[in-house]
Design a protein around this ligand. Structure first.
Ligand code: ATP
Ligand code: HSE
Length: 298
């Protein structure tokens, strides 16, 4: 028997919800856990990602259970790496599910989010990767607290630039401090956006999603495509454009009937990069047991 673990991609921040808001989207990291081996062996075609115990998936699993026996694992992914779609969070959550399954830990959802957030450094991507849907997170006394909600029924169109941008680099341009008045104003925009999303008031979502004062101002020099996508989006029936995670992906909420046309317009506008039609999904990780003879569908 082999084990299959499938973890969704995520899009964090949603404009002003910096380090707090995130959604799960329909791209996946998939592990096929095959057989016990003498050393960890990760079989993949993902470029400069470790194939041995230094891999983030295994590192995470070993942090939970240092004595975990090594396995050969096939890793498949359609999540672009270091592009703002939560690839590292999916790897961390996959590592937690791996340890949970192999060692029979029976971790709770809250324990998985807490552990994943400790490794990732913030809960906004890992929480929806564990829980699915739209998740609003914070820390209270160093404990991650995450609330899952429905996301409005809209299409998501992502413009994924060709060049990667590591989160660690994109965080370096952020200010170390914000003046009190500015912090109050910025967090009130985030509060109102959360309310508008929950109340499905899409007309208000648009202006709030595009009024972030925490990070986009500082990061726009790293991602000039943000302003370009936003300007183009204003010509279509859209509900706001934001920098997905730490960038460089730029995400737009689009009314279903306008999604294909807007995606075409993005493709025509940019000579490089990729345009992805996505949707928010309510399911978190899926774990299934496979018969070894059958070829797994991924
Ligand atoms: N499947 C994987 N296996 C092992 N390591 C991975 C995997 N996916 C991502 N990583 C690691 O995570 C790094 C990218 O993480 P980073 O936080 O910079 O971007 P991201 O998670 O894709 O985007 P964001 O956090 O902005 O949504 C990769 O360079 C790699 O080191
Ligand atoms: N909130 C994080 C998401 C990327 O990990 C950031 O914007 O840096």
């Amino acid at each position: 028997m082999a084990l299959k673990i499938k973890v969704p991609a995520t899009s964090a921040n949603l404009g002003p919800g910096f380090d707090s808001l995130g959604i799960a989207v329909d791209r996946y990291l998939t592990l096929i856990v095959e057989e016990k081996t003498s050393k960890w062996e990760l079989v993949h075609h993902m470029g400069k990602i470790y194939h041995d115990e230094r891999n983030l998936i295994v590192q995470t699993a070993l942090k939970l259970v240092p004595t975990l026996h090594p396995y050969r694992i096939k890793v498949l992914s359609d999540i672009p790496l270091a592009r703002g779609l939560g690839s590292s969070s999916s790897a961390i959550v996959a590592g937690i599910e791996l340890a949970d399954q192999l060692a029979g830990l029976q971790l709770t959802t809250a324990e998985k989010v807490q552990f994943a957030a400790q490794i990732e450094g913030h809960p906004d991507n890992v929480a929806p990767a564990v829980m699915g849907g739209l998740v609003i997170s914070t820390y209270i006394a160093e404990q991650a607290l995450s609330i899952k909600a429905d996301f409005p029924d809209v299409s998501l169109v992502a413009y994924v630039p060709a060049d990667p941008l590591l989160t660690v680099e994109s965080r370096k341009v952020l200010p170390r401090r914000l003046p009190f008045k500015k912090a109050v104003a910025a967090s009130s925009v985030a509060n109102a956006l959360t309310a508008a999303l929950l109340a499905k008031q899409l007309d208000k979502v648009k202006v709030l999603l595009e009024s972030d004062q925490f990070h986009e101002t500082y990061r726009r020099k790293l991602v000039p495509q943000l302003a370009q996508v936003r300007a183009l989006a204003h010509e279509y029936q859209t509900y706001g454009t934001y920098l997905s995670g730490a960038g460089p992906t730029v995400m737009t909420l689009v009314a279903h009937p306008a999604a294909a046309e807007f995606a075409q317009a993005l493709k025509a506008h940019f000579e490089t990069g990729e345009v992805l039609a996505l949707k928010c999904i309510s399911q978190g990780p899926q774990v299934t047991t496979l018969r070894t003879q059958s070829r797994p569908e991924v």
